[in-house]
Design a protein. Sequence first.
Length: 248
Amino acid sequence: HVDTFKVNPPGIRGERWGMIATDDRHRMRWAYTFTRKGMASELLGQLISKIRTQYGIRVYAIQMDGGSELYGTSLKNLEYTHGVKIIKTTPYTPEFNGVAERSNRIIFDKVRATMESERIPIELWPLVLEDMVRKTNVTATRAIDGLTPMEGFLNEALPGQDNKPDLSGERICGSQVTIHIPQERRLRSHKFGPRGEAGIYLPCSTHLPVIPTCRSYPPTGQRKKIPHTKCQTSLAQCLAKIEVTYME
């Protein structure tokens, strides 16, 4: 189940469009953001090819609305060469594409709440969207008997191994972090200069279930991808604060 959406203002890399694809069986989700509407078809074709190549799972059918942005050259090639069935719903009836519409609602609510709570700059919405999709994939759901979507997906793709996600190192998206300044970036004469700078913690994942890396954004606006960060707020600390507030 696939659906596209448009977002204003544009993201930090000029993204104005997004797409969320949902696996009907396991509720596994993938998200893409892009600058041009016509890129949706190409990115969807790439996703289908990746799933088949890396996990050996073949996509037999794709359900989408009647929008022309998805049904492009890439999907036509998949339809004719690989036999992928394209199911288009009736125009102006989003309820016929309910799984995709519900996925959008779930992800959008999480992105909105996270950005408001942590006061994340609005232009970083593509990275927050990516992280909320990842967190949803490792959250248990009744749709697959209490398993996480990632666990259900990997149990079919990679059977015989423990596919339960490890959340021991999970941090809150948008938390304040201190970014270590490498010695190569510091002047030797500045003996008492700062060894770190403040930033925002934004977990980053790829479009397939892998361990995320860390992207930190210092207040100067320069975008960095640095693993040497120290998060000031952990998930356990946040839950403890919520529990104390509830008891009071």
